[in-house]
Every structure is written in structure tokens, then in C-alpha cells.
Design a protein. Structure first.
Length: 307
């Protein structure tokens, strides 16, 4: 590990098609390329992050391997779920694979409560405590990677349901990816209210690492206006200066089951995410007076780790 303490970063936005999965995969690969040990957790039932690496979600289940569904339903530790890629990524990047069945996890967990009540093991008065315990199962699972991985990146489904909430409970930081569209901006208020409730009830240390504008066309006036609007809403220190441009290379990498860091022709796109990581790492020392700080400065981490 290069960090003295594992950092868990969730990509969250209840709207689909805003670049969550693309960003989660690219951020994971960027950290890995810079020498950090990284694990990507796929909590989206669509399993797009899993399959972005060329891993077929169904084959994992067919081979009897664990998936993130087992973290919720069987309380499996993430350390037992991790898949590595051998020499790919020089051994620094691992995956907690998704499962199509993740969409049924909330119903199965609710059935767990009702069965316990029917069997008189629990009463209806215990149900709230049981639901709270279920919301922290992902956190407890991911905690088994603390001290083993520098960074855990979580891709999330496009909703504010149980899976998203449990991710916010487990995370240290969250990034909000948005596209330059009025529709993308409207849901941010609801998202932030959800974050506030999670902080109040489960995770007071949860912090906003930044708002990331993707599908960005720097030549488009509207895109630039939305970038400035976001800075006014969240503050210059929270909205990333780094933007992710529109590119067919992103889709090309996904089709090939590779990351942009594995495609020589996607060098410009990979550089954007390297710049983003450096911005995340360097902001901490420059914004110490703010409460919504991003990742601590890399040099500070180094001094702590070596001191």
C-alpha cells in the first residue's frame, strides 16, 4: 500500500447515463497505473463495470465464485469475493464482481426479516434494527479490504434505493458524475438530501470528493455555462476543474473488455483521468479550511506512511 489508510470512493448519481460506470472503471485503472493498489466494487445489477473488464457476470456465478450479492445475503467479506486479473494491471487492480441478482437483494433481505418474525426469533419491534444491520453489510464486507488496498472504488446503480444507500454507508468519499444537461442537475438536490440522512444516521464522516462533469465539449457554450453553474452551486473547491470529454474511445474500450489505459489510441482519454486523480490528491493541502475536502494530499500520505 502507498496510502497508510484505505480510501473508499463511491460514484453516485440516481440518474442513469451520466458516466458513473465509465468513470468508476477509468478512475480505478488510473489509480492502478500510478502504482496504487485498487479494488473496484460493482453494486449495479446491470454489471456493466464487471463486464467492462471482459468478465462475463453470468460465468462467475456458473463457476461457483462469490459476487457482491454474497456480501449482502451471506455476509461474505470482500476479501473472499475479490477477483484478480493475474499479471494484467501488474496485479494492482482487483474486482468485486456484480450480479444480476443484486436487484432482488432488498426483497430477499426483507423476507429475511419477515421469516425471523414468523419464526418468533424476532418481533416487529426488532425490524428497524434488522434493516439497519442490513444497510451496513456492504460496509462490513469492504472493511476487510482496509489496510490491504489503497483505494476501493464503488460503481452504483441509477437509483436511490437500498443498494445506493448501503454504498453511501460504506464510503469515505463520493463523487457525483454529471453530464452537461439540465436534466442531470435537477436530481442533485434529492441526492444531497439522501447523503445528509446517511451522514446523520450511519456515516457522519462521509465527504464529497467532487462533482465530475463528463461528456464535455469545451467548444460548446452551454457546456461551459453548466460547468460554471456547478461551481456556483457546490463551490470552486468541490467541482473538479478536470472535465471528461466526449470520445468514442471510451465505448471502444468497453466493447473490447478493456480499460482506456490498455488502449494506446486512448492516450488522450486516459490522460484526462490521470489529471483528475492528481487533482483529487493535490486539493487537500490547498483547501484545508474547507469541510468538504477531497482525498488527502499524496505527499502527506507518503510522510505518514514513511514516518
Amino acid at each position: 500500500m502507498r496510502f497508510p489508510k484505505t480510501q473508499v470512493i463511491a460514484l453516485v448519481n440516481q440518474k442513469g447515463g451520466c458516466g458513473k460506470t465509465t468513470s468508476a472503471v477509468a478512475i480505478s485503472a488510473a489509480f492502478s497505473s500510478l502504482g496504487y493498489s485498487v479494488c473496484l466494487a460493482d453494486t449495479d445489477p446491470q454489471c456493466n463495470a464487471t463486464e467492462s473488464f471482459g468478465v462475463r457476470a453470468e460465468s462467475i456465478v456458473e463457476e461457483g465464485k462469490f459476487t457482491l450479492a454474497d456480501a449482502y445475503l451471506k455476509k461474505k467479506p470482500a476479501a473472499d469475493i475479490e477477483l484478480d486479473f493475474g499479471e494484467r494491471f501488474e496485479g494492482r487492480l482487483t474486482l468485486l464482481p456484480g450480479n444480476r441478482g443484486l436487484s432482488s437483494v432488498p426483497l430477499k433481505l426483507e423476507n429475511e426479516i419477515q421469516i425471523a418474525i414468523a419464526d418468533q426469533e424476532k418481533t416487529t419491534l426488532d425490524s428497524d434494527e434488522m434493516r439497519s444491520e442490513q444497510r451496513v453489510r456492504l460496509k462490513r464486507s469492504l472493511d476487510t479490504l482496509r489496510g490491504k488496498r489503497d483505494v476501493v472504488v464503488i460503481d452504483t446503480p441509477p437509483s436511490l434505493d437500498f443498494l445506493m444507500v448501503s454504498t453511501l454507508v460504506a464510503a469515505d468519499w463520493f463523487i457525483i458524475p454529471v453530464f452537461p444537461s439540465g436534466y442531470d442537475l435537477k436530481g442533485l438536490e434529492l441526492l444531497m438530501r439522501t447523503v445528509s440522512k446517511v451522514r446523520e444516521r450511519y456515516n457522519p464522516g462521509l465527504m464529497l470528493a467532487g462533482v465530475l462533469l463528463g461528456n464535455y465539449d469545451k467548444t460548446a457554450t452551454l457546456d461551459r455555462q453548466i460547468h460554471e453553474m456547478l461551481k456556483k452551486r457546490f463551490g470552486d473547491g468541490v467541482v473538479f476543474n478536470t472535465t471528461v470529454g466526449r470520445s468514442v474511445r471510451m465505448r471502444d474500450a468497453t466493447v473490447r473488455g478493456q480499460t482506456i489505459f490498455e488502449l494506446p489510441e486512448a492516450q488522450a482519454q486516459s490522460q484526462q483521468f490521470l489529471t483528475l486523480i492528481h487533482e483529487m490528491l493535490n486539493r487537500g493541502s490547498k483547501k484545508k479550511d474547507q469541510t468538504l475536502n477531497p482525498l488527502p494530499d499524496e505527499q502527506v500520505f507518503g510522510k505518514v506512511a514513511n514516518g
